[in-house]
Design a binder for this molecule. Structure first.
Ligand SMILES: [Zn+2]
Length: 407
């Protein structure tokens, strides 16, 4: 038996129930290693507070019939939000981060205050839709967040430094708030809610965001991993081409310079100038090289343009080099790739897989699925809700003293 205190055993059981929402006391005893008495006592508390319900009986083989326990994810709700370059997306979600309702707002300017205002509007729209208490808010931002999840240390897209965003939001909303880099939140979103068709449970997952920046998020043994100072996952600044183009970080040949949105646009420009007869590209979307956008390039690639397709395959090769290294180091069961650049779809993904197959160690590669995000833009929003749920101490809501108020 595991000798842990009352609150700790409650948290262990709560996590197990969240992951296995249809179970029995006997299964919980096996899975948790806790005593029958401890399991029964805590199950009683969770039932009293509406987190669990007894729903019929199950007959395992020739054994005694067992009462089936069903986790009630709608017993409480949480909010998740993510900031993108253009606006705020928020979700009202259940205790398994399942979406109940979404809201979105654009924002003007990039000041922290305009962010807070946009998010407050989203929350004002979502909160009245909650028929049970809302426990708190998780937020994903593009930038480095301190390991306590309170302060955005630096956000290059917004030009923020040391912004106490959690405190600002708590002051306005009166909800406990936790903040993380949005790719790291998205990793948790994919682990909890992504549809990856993998054989193993996604307790070990890497999420790679490829857009204006390239950032990885990790879920290791079911937990989000941030690193000692919160900078884990800066995949955009691993070297994939020694003596390659100089990066803003001071290094040369960073993945960011070879596979990000701006890198792809730059390479298409260079390629079009080098190979194409200007007369041939007259009137094509590549004719105006100064005006190229990623969505336009995705259309052009789908139409079979050889210049763009070659650039995308090159980007896929560099991405594949970085992901092969990541797989060797981390040994995930699934690598999920998301972000705007994944708009190139299989053209990019096939090249990534090909490169990974050539480079990753067979033992690390075995069983790894490399897939496109199925949650797309919602990964960060749903992941932010999951991130908050990770911080919830269920004992705060489930104690004998507070049981009567929820019966
Ligand atoms: Zn760099």
């Amino acid at each position: 038996m595991v000798a842990i205190g009352g609150q700790a055993s409650l948290a262990v059981l709560y996590e197990l129930l969240r992951e296995h929402p249809d179970t029995t006391r006997t299964e919980l005893v096996h899975r948790s290693g806790l005593s029958k008495a401890t399991v029964s006592e805590n199950i009683g508390l969770l039932i009293a507070h509406g987190f669990l319900e007894e729903v019929g009986k199950r007959q395992p083989g020739r054994g005694r019939s067992q009462v089936v326990l069903e986790f009630k994810p709608r017993a409480r709700l949480v909010l998740g939000a993510q900031f993108t370059e253009h606006g705020c997306h928020a979700v009202l979600a259940d205790l398994r981060a399942g979406p109940v309702a979404f809201a979105a707002r654009p924002f003007a300017g990039g000041s922290p205050e305009s962010f807070v205002a946009a998010l407050v509007e989203c929350v004002d729209e979502l909160r009245p839709q909650a028929d049970v208490p809302v426990l708190g808010l998780g937020v994903g931002v593009p930038g480095l967040v301190d390991p306590t999840g309170r302060i955005v240390a630096v956000s290059v897209p917004y030009g923020w430094e040391q912004v106490p965003i959690a405190e600002m939001l708590e002051d306005r909303l009166g909800l406990p708030t936790v903040v993380a880099n949005r790719a790291k939140a998205a990793a948790l979103g994919e682990a909890w809610r992504g549809d990856h068709d993998t054989v193993a449970p996604t307790h070990h997952l890497a999420y790679v965001y490829v857009g204006a920046g390239i950032v990885a998020g990790f879920v290791i043994d079911g937990e989000p991993y941030f690193g000692s100072a919160g900078t884990a996952g800066e995949l955009g600044h691993v070297t994939v081409l020694p003596d390659g183009p100089r990066c803003g970080c001071g290094n040369r040949g960073c993945l960011h310079m070879l596979a990000s949105e701006s890198a792809i646009i730059r390479a298409v420009r260079t390629g079009a100038r080098r190979y194409a007869d200007p007369a041939q590209i007259e009137g094509s979307p590549l004719a105006s090289l100064a005006m190229l956008t990623l969505p336009a390039l995705i259309d052009v690639a789908n139409d079979g343009n050889a210049i763009v397709q070659e650039v995308v395959r090159d980007a896929g090769m560099y991405l594949g080099i970085a992901i092969a290294n990541l797989i060797n180091i981390m040994n995930p069961s699934v690598v999920v790739i998301g972000g705007p650049v994944m708009g190139f779809g299989e053209l990019l993904l096939d090249r990534v897989r090909e490169e990974v197959r050539q480079r990753a160690l067979w033992d690390a590669l075995r069983g790894v699925a490399i897939v496109a995000s199925t949650l797309n833009d919602d990964a960060g929003t749903i992941g932010a809700a999951a991130l908050f749920l990770k911080t919830v101490d269920v004992a705060t809501f489930v104690s004998p003293a507070t049981a009567s108020s929820h019966q």
